[in-house]
Write a protein that binds this ligand. Structure first.
Ligand SMILES: [Ca+2]
Length: 248
């Protein structure tokens, strides 16, 4: 029976605390050019928004990042922020920062994400749906306009951390900007990465796994340590979710 292959994975959870790290979509909003402080607002469901803790001094508050787990189907998300003054900020659409190997943290593994149908309140995003081109967006490095894929209509951007799609947003001081968009993993292959202390475990599952992860997350995830820590998972509910996915 196929489901028996889940056994080793649950063993990690039963042993103690483990963390779930699905691949993340990531968007940075950067106000550093004009020294615009950005106050993080609402975070996307299952995701996070925060100022750039890796920058020094005032710069930290002029940059923010949003991260959300990405699945193999298109999903919508939104976040908000409030600029402290009028000006232009840069929105940098990409994938998570993901090192290939802990001994070489400077080498990243590309986590490719597709984005489409951007809209905003209190800012204008022209060609947010990538209709026929990526006009209005600046594609860096290997970032691509994909003609034949998209959320609602064909045309979307394919990006990763070092190959982002970038555009400027004109903003007003004190006016909360809400950005909404659709996204998914570019690949149909669905890795679930499970880390325990001293171990890491990688598994490639077929499409449908994300619902399983979400079911697990809803039951068990808490965020007070800044990461997703999963506690012991009721086996029957996880297997139930897997069966529901397989029966589709
Ligand atoms: Ca489109």
């Amino acid at each position: 029976m196929k489901l028996k292959s889940f056994g080793p994975i649950f063993a990690f959870f039963i042993l103690g605390v483990a963390s779930l790290f699905p691949d993340n979509a990531r968007i940075d909003v950067d106000g550093r050019d004009q020294g615009i402080k950005l106050l993080p607002g609402s975070r996307p469901a299952h995701g996070r928004i925060e100022n750039a803790g890796w920058l020094q001094g005032d710069l930290k508050d002029q940059d923010l990042m949003v991260e959300i787990p990405a699945g193999v189907e298109w999903a919508s998300a939104s976040f908000s922020f409030t600029p402290e003054k009028d000006g232009v900020v840069s929105m940098n659409v990409k994938g998570e920062w993901h090192m290939k190997d802990v001994s070489h943290p400077e080498i990243l593994k590309p986590i490719w994400i597709l984005y489409d149908d951007f809209t905003a309140r209190n800012a204008e995003i022209k060609n947010g749906g990538f209709a026929g081109s990526a006009e209005g967006w600046s594609l860096k490095g290997e970032a691509q306009f994909v003609e034949d894929r998209g959320h609602d209509k064909p045309g979307c951007a394919k990006v990763w951390h070092n190959a982002p799609a970038i555009r400027n947003l004109a903003v007003k001081g004190g006016k909360e900007v809400t950005v909404s968009f659709w996204f998914r993993r570019a690949s149909d292959e669905s890795p679930l990465r499970i880390f325990t202390i001293g171990h890491s475990f990688h598994a490639n599952w077929l499409p449908g796994w994300l619902s399983l992860v979400e079911d697990l997350a809803d039951v068990t995830v808490h965020e007070q340590l800044g990461a997703l820590h999963a506690r012991r998972i009721p086996r029957h509910s996880a297997l139930g979710a897997a069966r529901r996915q397989q029966s589709r």
